[in-house]
Write a protein that binds this ligand. Structure first.
Ligand code: TRP
Length: 326
């Protein structure tokens, strides 16, 4: 069984793209591989979230992941800051990475160009991410394409460390979620559905009400040639609807295209499929929300499972680099 590790930031609610692109894939992998999923609250600190908000978002994200199908009895689900070895190994990764390679990270350039305060943590963010991954002898890291560079860096750091200090780390591989759908913005179908464009009606939030979902799909941008065809380059809006409908109903988008002559019914069916997909998740979430203490208990159990793996790896690293046993 492959060891799989992935992480997600507690920075507000998820949207349909997160669910269909990543989370649903995690829920499938948990039954196949040895999976560990981490709510990376320390990474969220790089952008200075409000303290109360961060705590609430952390619990809410755990509840969302469980509502979406992650089973804490099957996978390991935990909060990054609950396992202190992440911070410890992060420092050692900072001393393994060079200034130059961190400076080449495109996500840093992108985020720092938008931040009014550029914390050192924003710069060293990928070292913490490498620590997350390497602490668990991870084989596979399922994340989107935007994270490829961070996983490549993690591989480089693991290999460099192993050369310097002897075989210590498993060198992980990046995997693009195999069943993940690429969900685009309903108003700007050339761009990925995202949190930052989330104020606009182009993003479907996982807790949107049915009437809101219907309205957003009704207004989705298509094109003027009234031909239902799966053609991402020529017909991005229509293809996006077909992808979403396909992902929500487990059909391939090309074959679905043949069933429609007009955009109206395609939009209505896609909205209905998304409402049917989100309904049970929303109901389960409401149940979990009524008992936050139970969520905290599940996260404590998850942290215990994570620590049992991370602690011996961290010991291996301490010995390798020559830190004196306490
Ligand atoms: N940087 C990732 C993101 O923004 C989140 C993350 C943190 C992560 N640590 C990780 C992902 C470890 C995979 C593995 O999406």
């Amino acid at each position: 069984m492959a060891r799989v590790f992935s992480g997600i930031q507690p920075s507000g609610d998820l949207h349909l793209g997160n669910l269909l692109g990543a989370i649903r894939n995690w829920t499938r992998m948990q039954h196949v591989d040895d999976t560990i999923f981490c709510i990376v609250d320390l990474h969220a600190l790089t952008l200075r979230p409000d303290a109360e908000r961060l705590q609430a978002d952390t619990v809410r994200l755990a509840q969302t992941l469980i509502a979406a199908g992650l089973d804490p009895d099957v996978c390991t689900l935990f909060v990054q800051s609950h396992v202190s070895q992440h911070v410890e190994l992060s420092w050692i990764m900072e001393c393994t990475a060079s200034y130059g390679e961190l400076n080449r990270m495109t996500q840093f350039k992108d985020k720092s160009s938008r931040a009014d305060f550029i914390s050192a943590g924003l710069f060293t963010y990928p070292a913490l991410q490498a620590a997350d991954i390497l602490l668990y002898d991870t084989d596979l890291v399922p994340v989107g394409d935007d994270q490829r560079q961070h996983v490549e860096l993690t591989r480089d750091l693991a290999e460099r460390f192993n050369r310097r200090y002897g075989d210590t780390f498993v060198v992980p591989e990046h995997v693009i979620p195999p069943t993940g759908a690429r969900v685009m913005d309903l108003q700007a179908p050339h761009a990925k559905m995202s949190k930052s464009t989330g104020e606009a009606p182009g993003t479907i939030w996982i807790y949107d009400e049915p009437a809101v979902i219907e309205k957003k799909f009704k207004r989705a941008v298509t094109d003027s040639d009234a031909d239902v065809r799966y053609d991402v380059a020529e017909k991005p809006g229509v293809s996006n609807l077909l992808s979403i409908l396909g992902a929500a109903t487990d059909h391939d988008p090309e074959s679905l295209a043949g069933r429609y002559q007009q955009y109206g019914p395609l939009k209505a069916d896609t909205a209905a499929a998304v409402i049917a997909l989100l309904g049970p998740i929303q109901a389960r979430f409401a149940e979990l929300q009524s008992d936050p203490a139970e969520t905290r208990r599940l996260l404590a159990v998850g942290a215990g499972k994570a620590r049992a793996i991370a602690a011996p790896v961290a010991e291996r690293v301490r010995t390798a680099v020559g830190l004196l046993p306490a």
